[in-house]
Design a protein around this ligand. Structure first.
Ligand SMILES: C[S@@+](CC[C@H](N)C(=O)[O-])C[C@H]1O[C@@H](n2cnc3c(N)ncnc32)[C@H](O)[C@@H]1O
Length: 423
């Protein structure tokens, strides 16, 4: 594509994504569907440019106050991910002069928001939690996430998977904490690998793998994945159950559960039962009350632990949306808890970094439910032979909760708490 046409296309996509009426990945995917002639390299430039503009929005908007042309074009120029000379061949002379001036702004001229690129309410909440580590956390959230895979333990061993990936020319290493994880360098295309087609590998962040591990579901048990979505954790849990027992995958989105079906077929699991529920108090849940050994509540949340992958969330979430999520999280947790039999394990998890969706929800539940005993996470992970389990649980919280931070653990941000239902 001609440089001028590609920059125009980037500008249009930046404008569409910055309406923030839909998730950025959905807007980008729709643009690609509607423009089938775009090649892989052009698609790469378009999505990288849009994501760069989302990540560094405050810095770019500040720079874009000078210059000419539409704001969206200036953001697209600043975020443009392709070759510099290629970009310059699409620019007018005044734009080239402006871009050179932008490159000369010194580090000490930036104000704090231009460095952290977070809305003030979120920067304040994170600073309160991590203190001196705030700059490291903010810098980490501006980087793209690595590509993690989970091996299907029903079909392969990690060493064999690593050897196969390396033989295919990929740079693959074992993840530091998850026993099932493989981290890949770069953004290789995975579709062509036979190990994907035959269900030996799935894409899943290392942190997400640790949540499924923490449930510790066993052979022959009755287990519920209450907010299963497209089944990232369901697949891992089904494999730990060695394809025995019964694993219900509940979700209010039938659409998301539909996306689980081809993944299930690839995985070789036949113990999973997807069930679309109307809401968390659905009749079908009541029928299973008191019969379940383990329940995972991977609650709908702000997703602010995944900003490396979904930087639009920091602009789409507000204190009001977070408060609404927290209310829903409390309702789901309370309802899901009714499923457990005495001695059963309840795991509450989010991919949020905010106390309001994590510790606060947990404290409210514990106070209202004396029949549930809180269990410290670090010893549970140690028993599961997770290396450095204590370091994943945050010294300040007395190792009670899993607390994964992108800058500390190089995973997405995750939280988990565990209870045992008293006999
Ligand atoms: C964090 S996502 C789940 C991700 C999934 N567990 C995975 O590992 O891929 C939260 C899910 O909760 C679902 N959800 C929202 N409200 C719900 C409710 N009231 N009851 C059950 N699930 C709900 C959403 O549709 C969404 O799929």
């Amino acid at each position: 594509m001609h440089p001028k046409a590609l920059l125009d296309e980037c500008t249009a996509l930046v404008e569409a994504v910055f309406r923030f009426d839909h998730p950025a990945d959905a807007v980008v995917a729709r643009h690609f569907r509607e423009n089938k002639s775009l090649g892989p390299r052009e698609r790469g430039t378009l999505s990288d440019t849009v994501y760069a503009a989302l990540r560094e929005r405050l810095k770019f908007e500040w720079l874009a106050r000078s210059g000419s042309g539409s704001k969206w074009r200036r953001l697209a120029i600043l975020g443009f991910s392709g070759d510099r000379d290629f970009l310059k061949s699409a620019l007018s002379e005044p734009e080239k002069v402006w871009l050179d001036a932008c490159a000369k702004v010194r580090e000490d001229e930036w104000l704090a928001p231009h460095r952290h690129n977070l809305p003030e309410w979120l920067a304040g909440a994170l600073r309160e939690q991590v203190g001196d580590e705030f700059d490291a956390l903010a810098a980490c959230l501006l980087q793209p996430a690595p590509l993690d895979l989970r091996i299907n333990i029903l079909k392969t061993k990690r060493d064999d998977a690593l050897a196969a990936l390396r033989a295919a020319g990929l740079k693959a290493t074992a993840t530091a904490h998850s026993p099932w994880g493989v981290r890949l360098e770069g953004k290789p295309s995975l579709a062509r690998l036979p190990a994907f087609a035959n269900g030996e590998l799935e894409v899943q962040d290392e942190g997400s793998q640790l949540l499924a591990l923490l449930l510790d579901a066993k052979r022959g048990e009755m287990v519920v994945d209450f907010c299963a979505g497209a089944g990232g954790k369901t697949l891992a849990i089904g494999a730990t159950m060695r394809n025995t027992g019964r694993l219900y995958a509940f979700d209010t989105s039938a659409h998301r559960l539909d996306a689980l079906k081809p993944r299930l077929a690839r995985s070789g699991l036949s113990n999973v039962h997807p069930v679309a529920i109307a809401h968390e108090r659905d009749e079908r849940i009541k029928r299973l009350a008191g019969k379940i050994d383990r329940v995972l509540v991977d609650a709908p949340c702000s997703g602010l632990g995944t900003l490396r992958r979904s930087p639009d969330l920091k602009w789409r979430q507000t204190p009001q949306t977070v408060a609404a999520q927290a209310a829903l999280q409390r309702a789901i947790l309370e309802s899901a808890a009714r499923l457990l039999k005495p001695g059963g394990r309840l795991v509450y998890a989010t991919c949020s970094l905010l106390r309001e969706e994590n510790e606060d929800v947990v404290e409210t539940f514990s106070a209202a439910q004396p029949g549930f005993e809180s269990e410290a996470v670090a010893p549970l992970l140690q028993a599961l032979k997770v290396p450095d389990a204590q370091s994943l649980c945050g010294a300040h919280e007395g190792e009670r909760f899993l607390r994964l931070w992108p800058h500390r653990h190089l995973t997405d941000g995750f939280f988990a708490a565990v209870w045992r239902k008293k006999a």
